[in-house]
Design a protein around this ligand. Structure first.
Ligand SMILES: [Zn+2]
Length: 59
């Protein structure tokens, strides 16, 4: 007998912004380069953080 209760339920995945670590709401999010951010500002922040990391590696 198939267990109907075991059917996969669709759970909305709440992602967090890589820049400010806040949970992203579906209606308010900024998609760029395969990632979600709160807004353009947070995206820019994340980009800057990435660049800083790369520069430290080049030292
Ligand atoms: Zn953010």
């Amino acid at each position: 007998m198939a267990n109907e209760a075991a059917a996969p339920q669709e759970v909305e995945v709440v992602k967090n912004c890589p820049a400010c670590k806040k949970a992203l709401k579906k209606a308010k999010r900024y998609y760029r380069n395969g990632h979600y951010y709160c807004n353009k500002n947070c995206w820019a922040k994340a980009q800057q953080a990435k660049q800083d990391e790369g520069q430290e590696n080049n030292k």
